[in-house]
Design a protein around this ligand. Sequence first.
Ligand code: AGP
Length: 609
Amino acid sequence: MCGIVGYIGKDNGIDLVLEGLKELEYRGYDSSGIAGLGKSQDPFVFKEVGRINNLENKLKKQEISSNLVIGHTRWATHGKPSKNNSHPHYNNSKNIFVVHNGIIENYLDIKKELIQKGYTFYSETDTEVIPNLIDYYFKETKDFKKAIKMALNDLRGTYALLISSSLLDNRLFLARLGSPLVAGFAKDYIIIASDQSVILKHTKKVTYLEDFDLAEVSNNKIKIENLKTLKTFDPKIEILESNLTEDSLNGFPDYMLKEIFDIPETIRLASRGRIDSKKRLVKLGGLDSVISQLEHIERIIIVACGTSYYAGMFGEYLIEELADIPVEVVLASEFKYKKEPISRSTCVIAVSQSGETADTIAALNKVKDFGVLKLGIVNVIGSTISRITDAGVYCHAGTEKAVASTKAFVSQIVILVLISLRLKNVSSKQTKEILKELENLPAKIEELLAKKEDIKKISQKYSKYKDFLFIGRGYDYPTALEGALKLKEVSYIHAEGYAAGEMKHGPIAMIDSNFPTVALIGDDSLYEKTLSNVEEIKARKGPVLVITSRVDKKIKDLVDDLFYIPRSSNYTESILTAVFLQLFAYYISKDLGLNVDRPRNLAKSVTVE
Ligand code: AGP
């Protein structure tokens, strides 16, 4: 989604801002732009559609430098990708510049009023009202900060804003409501971004803006006023911890493939220091502060979106089976509007790779005053969700750059396995077996990855189809849903995930020789049941690809294609299946010649509703 980078310091900040915008490319965008103040405060703004290189090439031809620069990558929400719609946006007098992440819900009303007052508009965006509104109030009050406050007061929606102006003497304003902003203090400059990954290269000293904060940045200093509490304060400096691993391609053609190959190490990192297999214990330092509260939990609600939601479903099966606590998994976008009784003995767990997903944050905010325990399973250290939850466990999966989540999904499941065992925390035979299996899992995944050429061949055979069904039971059910989502995301092929037991209740009607099924058949007590579904599909001439660890001549003779994954425990075998399905989607996307890392219309983290 949209990204923000800003610089204020002694030197020319254009290159630094461009570098920062490139760092945010993986989040998805369709256009970019920067604005600054040149010699004698002459404002400039440049915007280009498409890759940041286009903007960079344009800037190379200009003789400009600026020690106050704001930049933006845009992911279209209001109006198509175009120069006019890209940020920074400016007022009619072209002396107030704004970059914005978020959505202004009442922009049409504001626009109407401004038009009545004589303002004109060049874009279809919600953002363009902001510089004009500030302009309007500035003309009224002659006080820039006051004008910003009055403008913010009129806005309904969410925002992370950087506001610069040639009317100001080297000052920059930042504002946040529901969309992240972090400022980093480097030696001679301050760098601001919507994502801390941009800041890490410059400094580890940061401050996170909170909702309703309005910050004034000048002379290497920041002063913050919270517009809700009306308190003014110096920023709270935090030292950025980083789990950013080597994030270059390392010889891989794409991030998605690289990240799938990172999975064995991801599992090791997610479990490192958290498993004592001799004592058969799980130690999760992040939960220590709330362990007594956890003992009294009678119900768990997991909130998440997309792939993280499917990891949450995995968690439901795991926690109910291992820890014997009832679990509900709710899509965050539904949970936030759903009325339901929640008692204090409920724990809400938010699962999120980015920690910045707007719906998941809103779900947590909904229960803010309910007195319930809020936990996070988050990958990005220091992200909003990690800061608004009471406690949590980091995934330590390292940066995930491909839009389609792969290694983060696996690490979320590993963390959920560990949490399930920690909730119960008994030194049972079962705990020992599961922990042993978690230790063996990276090697088994490496064994699977070594067969990538076989997986590629199978995938290429299936890339011609336009529809797919993914079926599974038990832990293979969320895996089937995730397999279908992965295929949809990177190949744009219609795919549906179903609980295998539901086949006869409807989906079987779709089956014919052009509608293949990917059947996930775990080597467990449900094996025979899913096998009968496969027989029913074959009887209707549906092509079938089976993923299983059980060697059985009966299936071999029955289905069109078969891939054996290494045998693992019932709790972990689906992780191997998920890795197969990630590669399956990857190779189909490649076979179709698509951009696997940046699929159309998608963004890495969805920071608006
Ligand atoms: C995953 O492949 C997707 N791109 C998407 O569904 C994602 O999982 C979802 O938006 C949630 O993101 P989060 O984990 O960062 O909260």
